[in-house]
Write a protein that binds this ligand. Structure first.
Ligand SMILES: *[C@@H]1O[C@H](CO)[C@@H](O)[C@H](O)[C@H]1NC(C)=O
Ligand SMILES: *[C@@H]1O[C@H](CO)[C@@H](O)[C@H](O)[C@H]1NC(C)=O
Ligand SMILES: *[C@@H]1O[C@H](CO)[C@@H](O)[C@H](O)[C@H]1NC(C)=O
Ligand SMILES: *[C@@H]1O[C@H](CO)[C@@H](O)[C@H](O)[C@H]1NC(C)=O
Ligand SMILES: *[C@@H]1O[C@H](CO)[C@@H](O)[C@H](O)[C@H]1NC(C)=O
Ligand SMILES: *[C@@H]1O[C@H](CO)[C@@H](O)[C@H](O)[C@H]1NC(C)=O
Length: 399
């Protein structure tokens, strides 16, 4: 079964920039943008195909298909958050999606003397004094097209506010000729564990963590403004520290169940007072815009809110009834995490009419939870590499 996922958080198109200053090392401002719905479509199964086919592919350490599917999915869900990184000496800048649901860094590259692409930035190894092209190549399938390119080595920096958060010059990354995705952003920086990396290319975050003088704490954290109406509201990713101005109360820590993705155990799920899901895994994924869950559980929700499937794979609900819908509650490590209808339904104006889209859908044969941006917006999320745990705290809303 192929599940098509689209998720438009708001109908406005274009970038919105976060304007909030960060006082911690290596804070990266991220902004929320939208995909062109008719242009982008995808499914979670392909992003997580290695979970479905783990046994079959255990022997092969290099499967190009995985890269393709990850990269498509990360921006296949309607809205995404992106920020800047630089590569090389002098630095070349790229707008990147920070994706905790994959483990590879890739950017488009400039192969020959051809003109730079108009719609996105390309990496040119020749003009970086620290760049080395390796002999290895990576081949990536994009939907109907194919993109191939070399694996390069260079310095990768998160565009921090005055503080360097950089790898050394031996950081490897994939350089690809970008074909299908237009405009939106340049590449993806995977932040899951190295065991999930295609071609065993270590992701840059561990390298950044290695510099103890710059990076005392092996953590990164995401704040995605719960107020999605505000076009100037974006988000923030911090690295080597957390930003205590972006959450209130205590951080609740959840141990990882496995260090492949940011994978935790979810004990049970309630919709109002009704138990709708038993123990299963959940993956915390900043690169997915919504929440996906086991089909049997999602079916109960769809029925209870009388969701109507739209052609593009999203579900609509009646806006007038929104306030009567129950709270969705996750029991995790003996803590409860509530999502109100305000959190899991996106309401916006379309041609003078209110439209309400459900931020929840089925994860199909994955049969587990993918806790995407719909979950992360109300819960400031800390990814603690050193202690193999994630932390959730009540997010601050900026209006
Ligand atoms: C979205 O993509 C389609 C197909 O590529 C194109 O026809 C349309 O003009 C695009 N819309 C916007 C708003 O960019
Ligand atoms: C980089 O240098 C190589 C070898 O001189 C050349 O073939 C290639 O076209 C150059 N690439 C760019 C983007 O200038
Ligand atoms: C750590 O980063 C600082 C500042 O960028 C740099 O001077 C230093 O050489 C780095 N240390 C290591 C071990 O890479
Ligand atoms: C959860 O497990 C209990 C005990 O095995 C079972 O009775 C119940 O039907 C299950 N509920 C769901 C929603 O799967
Ligand atoms: C939405 O719900 C309200 C209140 O229950 C009802 O009056 C209205 O007809 C519903 N709208 C649609 C399109 O079903
Ligand atoms: C969960 O909390 C309940 C009530 O506070 C307690 O009785 C139970 O032992 C706790 N379970 C675990 C696994 O900590």
């Amino acid at each position: 079964m192929i599940v098509r996922i689209f998720f438009i958080i708001s109908i406005s198109i274009g970038y919105s920039s976060a304007q909030y200053k960060v006082s911690i090392p290596g804070g990266v401002q991220i902004k929320r943008s939208h995909f062109n719905r008719s242009q982008i479509e995808n499914d979670l199964q392909s992003k997580y195909s290695n979970l479905l086919t783990a046994t079959r592919n255990a022997a092969s350490s290099f499967t190009s298909l995985y890269v393709s599917t990850q990269s498509l999915t990360a921006y296949g869900l309607g809205s995404y958050y992106a920020g800047y990184i630089t590569i090389g000496t002098p630095p070349q800048q790229f707008l990147i999606v920070f994706d905790t649901g994959s483990s590879n860094l890739w950017v488009p590259y400039q192969k020959g003397a051809e003109k730079k692409h108009k719609k996105y930035n390309t990496f040119n190894c020749n003009i970086s004094t620290t760049c080395k092209s390796t002999k290895r190549r990576i081949s990536i399938k994009y939907g109907k097209g194919m993109a191939k390119g070399p694996i390069m080595k260079d310095i990768v920096c998160l565009d921090g506010l005055g503080v360097d958060a950089c790898t050394n010059k031996n950081q490897r990354f994939a350089c690809v000729t970008k074909k299908t995705v237009k405009g939106a952003f340049d590449g993806i920086l995977g932040m899951a564990w190295n065991s999930m990396s295609v071609g065993k290319i270590k992701q840059p975050i561990d390298q950044i963590f290695r510099n103890k003088s710059n990076c005392p704490e092996e953590v990164f954290a995401f704040w995605l403004n719960p107020n999605t109406e505000k076009t100037t509201g974006g988000g923030e990713m911090s690295i080597c520290g957390i930003d205590s101005t972006k959450y209130t109360g205590e951080i609740t820590w959840i141990p990882l169940a496995k260090t492949d993705y940011w994978r935790i155990k979810i004990n049970s799920v309630y919709f109002g007072t009704q138990l709708i899901g038993n123990q299963t895994f959940g993956i915390v994924d900043t690169g997915t815009s919504l929440i996906a869950g086991p089909p049997s559980t999602i079916d109960v929700i769809l029925t209870l809110v009388q969701a109507k499937a739209k052609k593009d794979g999203t579900y609509k609900v009646n806006c007038t009834q929104k306030s009567t819908f129950p709270t969705l509650t996750f029991y995790i490590n003996n803590n409860t995490f509530d999502l109100t209808p305000e959190n899991y339904i996106q309401q916006f104006n379309k041609k003078e009419k209110q439209v309400c889209l459900l931020g929840i859908m089925s994860s199909g044969p994955l049969n587990m939870w993918i806790l995407g941006d719909v979950f992360i917006r109300p819960y400031y999320t800390v990814f603690d590499k050193a202690n193999k745990r994630v932390g959730f705290a009540q997010s601050v809303t900026i209006t």
